[in-house]
Design a binder for this molecule. Structure first.
Ligand SMILES: [Zn+2]
Length: 449
């Protein structure tokens, strides 16, 4: 930055005022948070600047990989809150050479308790009928970060989220009344069923992606079609979850969890701001095989998003896959209106595959980890030839299983439908058989307009 601090502040304050005015025009009323004190002014202005850079919050927590490769100066910053507008020496996480640190969003200003903050209320409904959500209600702080949101999906699922500091508490109420809670705090994600205070499982972010740190036996496996009540628990731990709705015993716990996570994932994609995501955060579902009595059962180890820095660690070809998808769609744009949706989609997929094949031929070393259109069949370890009966074809896979213990499945979508429960289960089943112990990220890639 070349300009002086006061010049910046003036610019930022101007920007914040303009934003407040725009909000006034949109909502037809003055924002509840008046820009009064100078300090507040600057806070809001910084937030507006953060928003301009596509960041969801004005502050963040410095996170490190917590291993012995982290430089000492960054270890000292672990867990500390920084303002995005005032980066420490060397710049924000991920800037210095080989830095694997990342910025975890911090919701709210650590200097101002939420109770003392006026929150701006906004409510919008989708009138096009095309969005996967029907309505979105948000409460936003003066610093621009989101405090609460309630999103009603078109299928009747409701997602309520509260954001405070590093805690994100979500409650997913399915159309059938069942409740799944997903809490994320300090890099640890916990998934609960109903009002049961004990998590089904917990996972933490590590140098090798999210790792399961605690799991209740026989619970929450995606492929599990059975209902199994924890044998070491007296009584029915889900009674309170079912009580208001009078729903009989849960018929398919794995399916229930999968549906809740797919619904949340879909909203992270469709309405990222309401879910506290910035522009460069990438929604992901991560799964991993968990060995039970010699069988491998896929469990969801993360539903959320990866920051730009985390993606650079693990799914580094995402920007390329996105560009190839955009290029393929642009190349075939004139055919789109005249072809059935599926046919056009296959053509786009074909162009992406040919692009990757050509790159692998010219630069085999660089593109070594990329596998376009790779097929897997049930109960067979490793890829199978395309077209085998019952096989599942994945669009683009980035295989970093050897070096990083992770694998990225780029699911290219050209139609309106996103990731479904059946597709998730299929991918989870096939890949967990072939890649035991590997973190598998599922990332949806769509052509940008
Ligand atoms: Zn670092």
């Amino acid at each position: 930055m070349v300009s002086t601090h006061s010049e910046n502040s003036q610019q930022l304050i101007g920007l914040a005022r303009r934003r407040a005015f725009e909000l006034y025009l949109r909502s037809g009323r003055k924002p509840d948070a008046p820009l009064l004190a100078e300090r507040k002014d600057i806070g809001s202005a910084l937030a507006a600047a953060a928003a301009d850079r596509g960041m969801p919050t004005s502050h963040y927590v410095w996170r490190t990989m917590l291993d012995d490769r982290v430089r000492r100066r960054h270890i000292e910053r672990e867990g500390h809150v920084f303002a995005r507008a005032e980066p420490p020496s060397g710049g924000p996480p991920g800037t210095e050479p080989n830095c694997r640190c990342w910025a975890e969003p911090y919701y709210g200003d650590p200097a101002i308790p939420d109770a003392l903050q006026p929150l701006a209320h906004a409510y919008q409904t989708d009138t096009t009928g095309l969005a996967p959500w029907a309505s979105i209600e948000t409460l936003t702080r003066a610093d621009g970060s989101i405090a609460h949101s309630v999103v009603l999906a078109r299928d009747g699922t409701q997602i309520q989220s509260a954001f405070s500091g590093t805690l994100i508490a979500r409650q997913i109420t399915l159309a059938t009344g069942e409740v799944v809670r997903v809490d994320t705090s300090g890099g640890v994600q916990s998934i609960y069923l109903g009002s049961d205070p004990r998590p089904l499982f917990q996972s933490a972010w590590t140098a090798h992606g999210p790792r399961v740190i605690r799991a209740r036996r026989h619970l929450a496996f995606l492929g599990d079609e059975q209902t199994l009540i924890d044998p070491d628990v007296e009584g029915d731990p889900y009674a309170s979850a079912r009580e208001p709705y009078g729903i009989p015993i849960l018929p398919n716990l794995g399916g229930l969890i999968a549906l809740a996570l797919v619904s949340l994932h879909s909203m992270l994609r469709a309405a990222p701001a309401s879910q506290g995501l910035g522009e460069k955060d990438e929604p992901v579902l991560a799964i991993k095989a968990w060995a039970v009595n010699g069988n491998r059962q896929p469990v969801p180890v993360l539903v959320g998003s990866l920051t730009e820095e985390q993606l650079r660690q693990h799914c580094r070809f995402l920007p390329d896959v996105q560009n190839w998808t955009d290029d393929a769609a642009a190349l075939l744009a004139d055919k789109k209106p005249i072809l059935p949706e599926r046919t056009w989609g296959s053509l786009v997929h074909g162009v992406i595959k040919r692009t990757i094949d050509a790159l692998k031929k010219s630069s085999p070393f660089i593109y070594d980890s990329l596998r376009p259109e790779i097929s897997f069949a049930p109960n067979i370890t490793g890829p199978v030839p395309y077209g085998r009966k019952g096989s599942t074809r994945l669009d683009v896979v980035e295989d970093r299983s050897e070096e990083e213990g992770v694998l990225c499945d780029y699911d290219v979508k050209t139609g309106r439908e996103g990731l479904t429960v059946s597709r998730l289960k299929e991918i989870a089943d096939r890949l967990s058989k072939s890649y035991p112990g590997i973190t598998i990220y599922i990332i949806e890639v769509r052509p940008r307009l």
